[in-house]
Design a protein around this ligand. Structure first.
Ligand code: SF4
Length: 317
């Protein structure tokens, strides 16, 4: 990302945007003229695998700092083909399946690197404030859909085991999923190892099948996604993640936003526990040139619709 471009991940502007508008005279300088601090650009940086195969670090706006990630799908398999996906699939099949034993060792070493402050010593991170490099969570995510991983339960168990051995500080584990495999027995088994502090962040990008087809480009139906979210969110709180891109220059229509907010309302009324809806847009480079970042004011409008129609807490990132 060019450091003179507007920063879509500027937390200071996005989270305050709806609640309090500054008078015109006090508003920030136009983004093109504004100096950008290193921590601001860090939010747009790609994942860094250090010298690992399966474990990476990333500064994430939605994590509000450092996330240590586990690439649950090094083979890049996903049952979605989102227009905004940053993973280059093409002819490549990635580096095979997840080797849980190696992943656990990498996770342990990476957590130690973070804990000891050695991450801050590496040139890529040395200019960042130390607070930004405090571990926020360990995410189960990666180059594909984690709930499709064959050894999902084994991987969760291994991450939980590493946590148990990490006497320094408890960290939460966050499953970042497109929701499609939450009903798989393998996944259900893995989720039994989650504590009440661990979280599930589930993707919901559309309120109609038609729009889901445009954005997620999958054979999985919206009905299936909604039913998996509902079944899971009746058991434990689920954070909804919704990415709205500018597709071929067009934002989602008002009708689509309305339908999306109504799906959230239906989930809530059916008993889903949804503490937060994260609204954001495409930020990192993607192989699909038709997919661009949706402006902040459009994202804020969507958040307002979620609050007004579904009565849920919504934040723009
Ligand atoms: S669900 Fe995630 S990994 Fe799969 S295509 Fe979409 S963005 Fe990429």
């Amino acid at each position: 990302m060019n450091s003179l471009e507007p920063d879509p991940l500027d937390i200071r502007s996005t989270t305050q945007a709806d609640s309090k508008r500054e008078p015109e005279s006090k508003q920030r300088k136009p983004a093109r003229l504004r100096h950008r601090e290193p921590w601001e650009t860090a939010f747009g940086c790609p994942r860094n695998f250090l010298s690992n195969r399966f474990v990476y670090v990333v500064i994430s706006a939605r994590a509000r700092g450092l996330s240590v990630g586990v690439n649950m799908n090094p083979n890049r398999e996903c049952n979605f083909d989102c227009g905004y996906c940053e993973v280059h699939r093409g002819d490549s099949i990635g580096i095979g399946d997840l080797d849980v034993e190696t992943m656990a060792m990498e996770l342990k070493n990476t957590l130690e690197m973070v804990r000891s402050g050695h991450l801050h010593e590496s040139p890529a991170y040395s200019s960042l404030p130390i607070e930004l490099l405090e571990l926020r969570h360990v995410s189960l995510s990666g180059d594909g859909e984690p709930t499709q991983a064959k050894n999902f339960a084994e991987a969760v168990q291994a991450a939980v085991h590493v946590r148990a051995l990490n006497s320094e500080k408890f960290f939460k584990i966050v499953l970042i999923t497109n929701s499609t495999g939450l009903d798989r027995p393998e996944v259900q088994m893995g989720l039994q190892h989650f504590t009440k502090h661990d979280e599930i962040w589930a993707k919901l990008d559309a309120g109609t099948q038609r729009y889901m087809q445009l954005v997620n480009r999958s054979t999985v139906t919206l009905e299936k996604v909604l039913s998996n979210i509902l079944a899971t969110a009746k058991q434990r709180p689920v954070v909804i993640q919704s990415l709205f891109p500018l597709l071929n220059g067009s934002p989602p229509t008002p009708v689509e936003i309305d339908q999306y907010a109504h799906r959230l309302r239906e989930l809530k009324e059916a008993g889903a526990q949804i503490p937060l809806v994260q609204i954001y847009s495409a930020t990192r480079p993607t192989p699909h040139s038709e997919c661009r970042h949706l402006p902040l004011n459009s994202l804020s409008q969507i958040a307002r619709a979620v609050r007004a129609i579904a009565g849920l807490n919504a934040e723009v990132f």
